[in-house]
Design a protein around this ligand. Sequence first.
Ligand code: SF4
Ligand code: SF4
Length: 221
Amino acid sequence: MLKITHIDIGGCEGCTVSLLRASKMLENCEFNSIITSKNEFEMGDEDMIIITGAICINDEEKMELLENLKEKNCAIVAFGSCACVGGITRYCRGEQQPKPEHMTFQPINSVINVDYAIPGCPPAPRILKPFIEAYEANKPTNPIQIFKSVAKVKKLSGYDLIDDVVLQNICVGCGACVLSCPNNALQMINKKPDLIAEKCIRCGTCYVRCPRASQILIRGV
Ligand code: SF4
Ligand code: SF4
């Protein structure tokens, strides 16, 4: 039986809610969820640890928690855009508790190696079961390959989307990037996305939602 532990290190709790709902659909798994503000739990013999929330590098307890995970011989999964690529926490501009400065919140792969990163704000609960099944079967399915690729990415932005997809003329004009942007930083002009540069918070959501850009990510595995 696969033993999975979820650790929440911050964020809006949307990913936690999605993950808890997703866990109800899992079969043959022992799923535990730890929502803590302190490094106050004992780690056991987990096969997989799923982390939600971006890491605040000024938060010593959370940093210690992640450092301790380096000792674990299990799969580390970032769940949700904040944990994967910074997500909405890229909004932080200083003065928020615990008083981070700009860019203090980082994706967790800036501190520890991540095996799989499942972006989404939050990811849909139904995504977890097929991921776990493919992981257990060791099948290189498309989502598994994408999640492996995103795990290696530390930074993505609307600028990258324009550079890699629009300017390379491989954009199909589907508009998924515009719909996914949490800050309305993209607009369709002449059936192609255009970036409103001053609005982009570099959350990476548009890039991982773009069907063309996700192919670029897969090729990078
Ligand atoms: S354009 Fe929007 S979705 Fe893309 S990185 Fe910028 S803020 Fe995020
Ligand atoms: S999601 Fe990708 S392919 Fe679709 S409009 Fe945006 S850049 Fe183009």
